[in-house]
Write a protein that binds this ligand. Sequence first.
Ligand code: GLA
Length: 363
Amino acid sequence: MNKTSDIQYYSAPGRVCLYGEHQDYLKLKVVPAAINLRTIVGIKDNGLESIRVKSREMGSSDEFSISKKINLAKNEFDYLRAIIITMQKEDLVDNLTGLDVTIESSIPIGSGLSSSAALLVAWATALNDRFQLDLNIEKIALLCFKAENHILGVNCGIMDQYSSSLGGIIGLDCDGPPYEISKYTTDFSGLIIGDSCVRRSANEPLTVLKNQLYSGIENLQKVTPFNLKKITFEELKRAKASIAPNEYKRLHGTIVIRDLTEEALRNLAKKNTHNLPLLGELLTKQQDALRDLLEVSIPELDNLVIASLKAGALGAKLTGAGYGGCIIALAPGKEKEVAVAIENAGGKAIICQVDPEGGKKEK
Ligand code: GLA
């Protein structure tokens, strides 16, 4: 057995979605920002034929053999199993040896901040380094997406895994692979997370919305061939009678958020002349669509948004799939005021920064 000094640590960040909520699985564009809350995975060779995992946050442990076919155990450590299953499926790893694994995280679980993607990316980054798999950060992101979506059966898109693996603020065109990625250096200082403390599984809103959107798209295609990247609200309105009212509402919301995201991307592409008040306004307009058209907000989140805006935020919206979790407010220079307003409205405030780094080995 190796000594404690042989533990090597790897980490990956959580993320907030600035623009493009519920757009990734529709192959549209998203703009997530990695934040300075991280999940840290420690690994140490154990000389055994098994992987033994412990987590303080999750308060539990797991052990699985690597000499037999790995199956999911339907527990919170399935993320670790799912990555190995995905790597094995793609013949990326054939030299696994036993490891003792520790997990620590400052990302609240089930809160819309991508705690699961951060765990997947930190673990995949650890395996990549330990077993010299030679995977780049985009390949790691794609593997993590496949693990979460194909193996664990979560109805997610690619946004969280790419954001966590690449770090910083990225513009991601989800129509791929290959996916087109732009990096932005816009100064988004003054980000405040407001945690509603309402916990849920992201898969709930994702499943409801994805089903409604996919059936809306299918029904709309029957009456008017269209491209989701281009269809205008006027065109959708003309087909209103042909689709169910909730499908119409969801597609309307999708178009609104798509256009707001495009507007944000145009603004972000203007080097050094970003219009922060406009970028803030685009956040709040998305929140309106998330609340009224996609209907994934809840009163607790709405109240945190209202409180942040009253306290001087330039804009605010829920982040992640919705039905609970967190909001993100942009309030440069007013961080403290907005944090106090969030706490007074019953939330938990975390002043955070964009983290330029994605998945990495800790020094
Ligand atoms: C979750 C999913 C993402 C994305 C968001 C909604 O975080 O994992 O892929 O769909 O919800 O924008």
